[in-house]
Unconditional design. Sequence first.
Lengths: 332, 376
Amino acid sequence: MTVKTLNAARPKLVLAAARYREVGLAFFILILIAAVSLRSPNFLTAANFQNIFLNISILIIVALAQTMVMITKGIDLSVGSMIGLVAMMVSFMIKIYPNFPIPVAVALGMGLGAVLGVFNGLIIAYGKVPPIIATLGTLSVYRGLVFLYSEGTWINAFEMSRTFKLLSKAAPLGLPNLVIFAIVAAVLVFFFLNHTRTGRDIYAVGSNPDAAQYAGIRKQRIIFTVYVLSGIACGLGGVLWASRFESAQTNTALGFELQTVAASIVGGVSTSGGVGTVPGVLLGALLLGIIQNSLTLVRISPFWQLAAQGLLILIAVVTDHLIQRGMQRRSG
Amino acid sequence: MTDTPSPAQKTQRPTLINEFAPRRSFLARFQRWEWMLVALIIAVIFLNSRLSPFFLNGRNISRTSSDFMEMGMMMLPMVFIIISGNIDLSVASNLGMCASFMGWLFNQGVNIWVAALAALLLGMLGGLMNGLLIARLKIPSLVVTLGTFAFFRGVAYVLLGDQAARGYPAAFKYIGQGMLPGTLVPFSVALFALLALIFGLVLHKTTFGRYLFAIGSNQNSSIYSGVPVERIKIIIFTLSGLMAALAGLILAARFGSTRPDIGTGLELSVITAAVLGGVDINGGIGTMPGAVLSLTLIGLMRFGMGLLNIQGQVQGIAIGMLLILSILLPNIIRQTSGTKALLKRQVFWRVLAVAGIFALFFYFFFWSRAPVLAGG
């Protein structure tokens, strides 16, 4: 019942724009693929695409959580620090106990991430601290904890068990586990956002917090939930990060928060809340991944990568804005 | 950030003036946030001078103070921007781009002062780009400056790559390292003081300043009242670009070299300083003296912790917690007036549960690191 009403209540215009946007983004990605494969024969191969997917899997997992946060009009700037802290703590366990069971390591990582998320959620939802300030604060707090915890030491590949390193790379199901994790996360989040009551409440709180509250939605609880989910996603991301890069350093995932926000924004998530879809974010992350990969293949200096990424974000938001304004004119 | 903050949000500001606070409570006596900052500064000075004999040393303080001037330079326009309800995440990247541009020109054999002037122009251009996208196209400033955050830093890498520019002439290094003749006051600190005075006067004594508060409080009514909102936004973002470039020059002069990663991450420190100074992230509230006091507080805290050999990143824990608490504590005091809420059973158990979770976390935190660190 709630689900249907909410769907009907969302303006058709926004819905259409969102749909248009995903198609447009997919189209843009196809053009890019065509252009790059003309320049480089190595681009359009299964191996290369597997490589791209490996590179964006962790980004997808965390960007999906970032999207849920952004739908509630929030932002989580502490994701990079949470990933760094969890990666370091789990790697310490792996080093102390070489036979540490892998599923327990994954659960431990998600649990630690959840605690960090609970802290964010408490001060934002119940302490009423604006999200950008709260997570700006915990960004430096959690990063500081990484240094306090490790006293600057690194955990290197030789200190990690083989099974742990294989966690992200083994491919018992045909695809590397890392990609499987991302796919499962995407499916879960898609189902959660579209087919559960809490998921729909997230959109409601983001679209109009006051109206949501009058409709009987526990606003604070929803906001708390998204930050905890973000923490859990970062916990998983941290374990996978340590396993994939076979190391935990004090600067692990430094600056990652802006990549996740970029993937969400390119994927059509609005910073003013209420708008954002899982397919959009997947395409956003894919676009970032393809650009990164193709610049290397077309032998453009890696120093151009960041500039290209920034330009892409700007182009995406400007075109998106122009399209929406054009549509508003036509319909209004 | 948000264009039209709701009235409910407006009440959650980091000041301690509120009619709900228990009367005659200790905190309520501080009528303004600025006095709270002054008290904190005095406490920090007192504590630090007891902890380290090197703290109250003119030469040390003078040398340390110049370390925070780049932050300060960028904080001044950031106060304008946040008061107007916007944010600029790109300042540190703009700093990097301009410093790298100057270094690149210098490496090509251009005179350093010409290169510096060109860098200032580039900074203004970068800021103008932000301003145009935000004001004319009406894209949220968070989104635009997130894009330029990556773009400007990218340009810095394109310009210098893995190279560094060094060998600046001594006359140029003076703006970052030199002292005013015959005193212990660094040139950059004097410049900052002058600029802070100008920015403060503009904010609090001119129509332009009043417009900033008006835009931040209610953008739509400002538009209808004839405030030139678009023009003002373009001006403040261009100003922010110019000041970021100036900060870049000073930082490059202080280091005596430029690498493309110069100043990475400073944007967050700049925003922290402004918000800790009582500038409301939702716009419409804030003072320049508050911001300058908070910069002083952060500087003294970092200096003191540095003397105690605490790593820079670990110092971030204290600064981050201070930022959160400066907003959280007034909110909690307001919410739990009379502490009746805390005594409710349900709430009590929840608080206990949360405390338990954090206790477990920190138990694990300290337990798990011991064996690795002991083993070297």
